[in-house]
Design a binder for this molecule. Sequence first.
Ligand code: ADP
Ligand code: MG
Length: 213
Amino acid sequence: MRNMTGSFVDLGISPPILKAIEEMGYTAPTEIQSKAIPHILNRQDLIVRAKTGSGKTAVFGVSLLQLTDADAPGPQALILTPTRELAVQVDNDLKQLGRHLKHKTTVVYGKHSMNAEVQAIRKGVTILTGTPGRVYDHIEHGNLDTGNIRFLVLDEADRMLDMGFIGQVESIIRTLPRDRVTLLFSATIPPEIERICARYMKNPMTVEIESPT
Ligand code: ADP
Ligand code: MG
């Protein structure tokens, strides 16, 4: 059983997202969702440490959908994940959570057609999810303008570190506007991740739970 606390309405989530959440069958926020979402909606840089299965995707998914504007140029939010499977899963969750909004989301990852991804990016993207290598490829090839990105999510940061992607993650971060919100999600915070937080986040606050129970 997940630890359910309060209601989604109390977190300040907008009606179209509340409707999608209800349709997805989420009856109440998980503990990490209750603790973290209000800070993100206040545009606070956040380090979220919680085990797998605690509902971290919706923490940033709900928040980014609410804070980005489907009518403004994008991408406004960038989500980096360690694997293709996770990137696709995150993008699917965004599509579900955003089903009553006009936001466009797309996903980029290795071994997928660069050309198809470029077409999708050109059609306009509000929230882009991808693996670090492929995202960096698109930036280097001039396919992806990072100038409008106001939100960066590093999902499963410890796994990105273990898989050797931190150098690419840093190369991507260095192309982003400095005026942005940075959110880091991880099950563990090893020293190398602490260094990333210190270097690239603005007065980050840490929200953590010991176990999803
Ligand atoms: P994490 O990223 O922390 O490992 P996920 O975001 O992948 O966790 O969520 C784990 C599972 O819990 C997913 O199947 C997701 O759909 C489900 N889930 C997330 N939030 C809720 C909620 N509030 N109520 C019910 N199920 C939820
Ligand atoms: Mg996750």
